[in-house]
Design a protein around this ligand. Structure first.
Ligand code: SF4
Length: 501
């Protein structure tokens, strides 16, 4: 949990969730609506659904949470057995309705709808070129750029070639669900930065940012969409075709999805997110365990980490020695209670009131911490404001020592690929050492997890992960930033863009 400007927000924010559904003989609107509910944590600013009834597109996009954005009549008017949906927190583009999604556009030979999770880093170049060719844009978002580019290619190429052509021109992070008339497609960028998976329903198929959305529809996870893959769902809901359009040697999965953004009950890259987080907690104990009376999570973000940490602490001492029979290790306790009725964000005009925000949200159980040495486990420290207040809260409740352990490495740089992280100036670890941060938050000790331990817990090599926000080196070519691999933006407008193989 972190303070942001005059609001109090929950740390870094995922920007979007996408879904697409084709059914044999049933309206797609309601399953899409339920799936969006399951993806609500990925975006709270707006929600939208576009369906196709075989003749025309129907669209309903509204600001607000899924439950507020749709009324019964809206769902009934969204006819057709194929459709896509989107929940959004603004990434590129302004915070207004013209950027809400799915984005829909009609062009000479049909209609397109697009839902995008991620962020392009060369949208301005592609937009400029398309504008010169006469395309008029209604928003400043990058999704409209993809839609126009694809619509243009579709005038001359079949669907698969058109998608490949566009993929060769855009650079950055994207997991897309697309409607080309009544055909639903899923596309993941060649580095697979953001998640996207395929699920099978009793009477159809579904594409979704996270498998929790498939579970909500009583479906079965088939697999992740591969990096660079195009998946085309049959409009009659009977199956799907797959095309590996661009293959790269290494992927760049966002490690933060596992640490923070994704629901713990989602499976990404064959790993249950909850288990990954427990594993990260175990590694945190192995790397930086401290013997205290109590271990407690920051709810809800630190819970899985703390449970793994406490489990590992029950097996070995902080020095790595096996515990003796009469040594129970460290007690795990839910010592911080969360007020669930405080909204996700609320206005706190003055610094004084902002500091009260943590008190409104969290309350320590005195008897759990009084006179004890306590370890607090969380998943990240972004700006440091909240951690500082949290330590004070627990000390005020009578804790003798407060140690902080963080289940991810220090965040030292911003994210350009669809996560609202913070600017470099706001990130406490951008220019402070761990000891300086410890002093700032007034903890008795502070440790983060190493990058290697993260890669290990994700069963991945560092080369296949995006680690941009913790290394300052990115897997995409971002203006003014370093890269961690040999990567170049496509030369937009050049004949070299791959259109025909
Ligand atoms: S920079 Fe960080 S948050 Fe952004 S995609 Fe990479 S790992 Fe994820």
């Amino acid at each position: 949990m972190e303070s942001r400007g005059d609001q109090v927000a929950e740390g870094p924010r995922e920007k979007c969730g996408v879904v697409g559904v084709t059914l044999e003989d049933r309206a797609a609107a309601r399953p899409l609506y339920y799936a969006l509910y399951a993806l609500q944590h990925r975006g709270q600013e707006s929600a939208g659904i576009v369906t196709h009834d075989g003749f025309q597109q129907h669209s309903h996009v509204e600001r607000g949470l899924v439950g507020d954005a749709f009324e019964e009549g809206d769902l009934e008017s969204l006819t057709g057995s194929t459709g896509i949906g989107h929940v959004r927190y603004p990434t590129a583009g302004s915070l207004d309705e013209s950027c809400a999604q799915p984005f829909s556009v009609s062009f000479k030979s049909g209609s397109l709808g697009l839902s995008h999770n991620g962020n392009l880093v060369n949208a301005a170049e592609v937009r400029e070129e398309l504008a010169e060719l006469g395309h008029a844009f209604t928003s400043d978002g990058d999704t409209e750029v993809i839609a126009h580019d694809l619509a243009r290619n579709l005038l001359e190429e079949d669907l698969v070639r058109a998608v490949k052509h566009t993929m060769g021109r855009i650079h950055g992070s994207y997991s897309l669900t697309i409607m080309d008339d009544d055909t639903v497609l899923g596309v993941r960028d060649p580095k697979g930065n953001r998640p996207l998976c395929i699920g099978k329903l009793e009477d159809g198929y579904v594409l979704a940012s996270e498998s929790a959305a498939i579970d909500t529809l009583d479906g079965e996870l088939v697999r992740d969409v591969r990096p660079g893959e195009l998946v085309v769902l049959n409009p009659d809901g009977t199956g799907f075709d797959s095309y590996d359009l661009i293959e790269e040697e290494n992927s760049a999965h966002c490690f933060f999805e596992h640490v923070y953004f994704a629901r713990p009950d989602s499976v990404i890259d064959d790993e249950l997110v909850y288990e990954v987080r427990r594993n990260l907690g175990r590694k945190l104990w192995e790397e930086a365990g401290v013997e205290t009376d109590v271990v407690m999570p920051v709810p809800d973000s630190g819970r899985a980490f703390a449970s793994g940490y406490a489990d590992a602490a029950g097996e070995t001492t902080a020095d790595g020695e096996p515990r003796g029979q009469d040594d129970d290790g460290v007690e795990f306790a839910e010592g911080l209670m969360k007020n669930r009725y405080v909204g996700r964000t609320f206005i706190m005009p003055t610094q004084d009131e902002r500091e009260r925000a943590v008190r409104l949200k969290l309350n320590p159980i005195k008897s759990t911490v009084e006179g004890k040495s306590v370890t607090i486990i969380d998943d990240s420290i972004v700006r440091g404001t909240t951690s500082n207040q949290l330590v004070k809260l627990v000390k005020d409740a009578g804790a003798e020592e407060v140690h902080m352990r963080i289940g991810a490495p220090q965040i030292i740089a911003p994210c350009y690929f669809g996560i609202d992280m913070a600017t470099r100036e706001e990130l406490i670890a951008a220019d402070k050492t761990t000891e300086e941060i410890r002093q700032h938050i007034d903890a008795d000790s502070l440790s983060y997890l190493s990058i290697d331990a993260v890669a290990d817990a994700l069963d991945s090599s560092r080369a296949d992960l995006c680690l941009g926000c913790v290394t300052g080196e990115y897997p995409f070519d971002v203006d003014g930033e370093a890269t961690d691999r040999d990567v170049q933006r496509p030369v937009v407008g050049s004949d070299a863009t791959p259109a025909d193989d």
